[in-house]
Design a protein around this ligand. Structure first.
Ligand code: ADP
Ligand code: ASP
Ligand code: MG
Length: 410
């Protein structure tokens, strides 16, 4: 049995005409002899609408019920698409997460996939040509509906491709593929023909929402080549795959940015063993992700601990830190929401020096102050004032020679 997984994002399923376009792609797959597993997102704007609605009912809606609510967006898409497919004579069936089932942890709003019943799906595909699966959602061991975090339908798509050992895995979206940076922010951005799993992981973790990071982790772990392409054009898109020697020729392959940042400083903590463990242990216990961490050098036996989190986690983090501050005798906690991070990513960075200095100089030329710096083997990230983020992206894109028709510098 030849299996093709195709995931379609919110803009691709926003209304009948767009769903017809999706149906013609899916039908082509069937005509080529594939069994097609179609993973759909909620129609564009629907998830945000549901979140907004819940906020009218409670300033802090219960997470378990939030998942029950927001998962309905995807339910609407798969039911409507299946109605359309059947109306066009296609043997199709819709499946919600619990019907697959896609078993997840019970970390509501950011659940992780534990297992997928691929055998049951394969058995269904003996009689059905197109299985239409709701993205973003699963079911936990208590039988409750869960969701996989914003953008989670990408992860559903890749995880299904891995579980089914699919021959093809395609992520259809509203741009032609993975670009050197968000083409909506930088008109000079170029589409990449190929990008390595590691680069895509760094781009996704740094804010390039074209793929959810968990989907890339799945793709890398199970070696699933993923093609990111547009629903609306015939461009072959970008292949996300294993690294090969050629890729290192390019020093920087992309610039990512993330506005969803909040900087927290725990002021005047004792510079002694156990302080970091107390702060980050308490935060981790609540499953809050911490991103950049900087500990200042100590003067008179005290230091400041600064780190960044997602804005959505601010209230919960501040509440946790109130208790921790008393415990460790810190002076207080400050936070800053007017920050964003910009990152340059490339596997070629491993063998090239000067990337950091090129980055800092480009930011300096635009008079942009750097508040925090973090590095990995193939990424350098700077936290800056949010109001300069688009300027920074464009300046770095030019500085690293990524602009269309330019020759790579550095
Ligand atoms: P979908 O609803 O199809 O999942 P998303 O909005 O989640 O689509 O992701 C696609 C968007 O990601 C694009 O419209 C684009 O603005 C944004 N994006 C950010 N960084 C990049 C990048 N490097 N390459 C392509 N798109 C990017
Ligand atoms: N509908 C969900 C969201 O908006 C999941 C997805 O689109 O991938 O985040
Ligand atoms: Mg998405």
């Amino acid at each position: 049995m030849k299996i093709m997984v195709q995931k379609y994002g919110g803009t691709s399923v926003a209304g009948l005409e767009r769903m017809k376009k999706v149906l013609s792609r899916v039908s082509k797959g069937v005509e080529e002899g594939f069994k097609v597993v179609v993973v759909l997102s909620a129609m564009s704007g629907e998830t945000n609408k549901l979140i907004g609605l819940a906020k009218e009912f409670s300033s802090e809606p219960d997470s378990e019920e939030m998942d029950a609510l927001v998962a309905t967006g995807e339910n609407v898409s798969v039911a409507l698409f299946s109605i359309l497919a059947k109306d066009n004579g296609i043997k199709a069936k819709s499946l919600q997460g619990w019907q697959v089932p896609i078993l997840t942890t019970d970390a509501y709003k950011k659940a992780r996939i534990v297992s997928i019943d691929a055998q049951k799906m394969r058995a269904m595909l003996e009689d059905i040509d197109v299985l239409v699966v709701a993205g973003f959602q699963g079911v936990d061991c208590h039988g409750r509906v869960t969701t996989l975090g914003r953008g989670g339908s990408d992860t559903t798509g890749v995880a299904l491709a891995a579980a089914l050992k699919a021959d093809v895995c395609e992520i259809y979206t509203d741009v032609d593929g993975v670009f050197t940076t968000d083409p909506r922010v930088c008109s000079a951005a170029r589409k990449l023909d190929v990008v390595s799993y590691d680069e895509m992981l760094e781009l996704a973790s740094s804010g390039s929402k074209v793929l959810q990071i968990r989907s890339v982790e799945f793709a890398k772990k199970y070696n699933v080549p993923v093609r990111v392409r547009s629903t609306f054009t015939d461009d072959p898109g970008t292949l996300v795959t294993q690294e090969d020697a050629m890729m290192e020729d390019l020093v920087i392959s992309g610039i990512a940015f993330d506005r969803d940042q909040c900087r927290i400083t725990v002021a005047k903590v004792k510079d002694k063993p156990g302080v970091a463990a107390a702060i980050f242990g308490a935060i981790a216990k609540q499953r809050i992700l911490v991103d950049m961490i900087i500990q200042n050098t100590s003067s008179d036996g005290y230091t400041d601990m600064t780190f960044t989190i997602s804005r959505a986690d601010l209230d919960q983090t501040m509440a946790i830190l109130e208790g921790v501050c008393k415990e460790i005798g810190a002076e207080g906690v400050q936070h800053d929401l007017n920050v964003a991070k910009v990152s340059v990513v490339g596997v070629g960075m491993r063998n090239h020096s000067g990337v950091a200095s090129t980055m800092f100089q480009a930011l300096q030329e635009e008079n942009i102050n750097i508040k925090l710096i973090a590095t990995s083997e193939i990424k350098i990230t700077c936290l800056i004032d949010e109001k300069y983020i688009e300027l920074a992206v464009r300046a770095l894109h030019t500085a690293f020679g990524l602009d269309k028709k330019a020759v790579q510098a550095c």
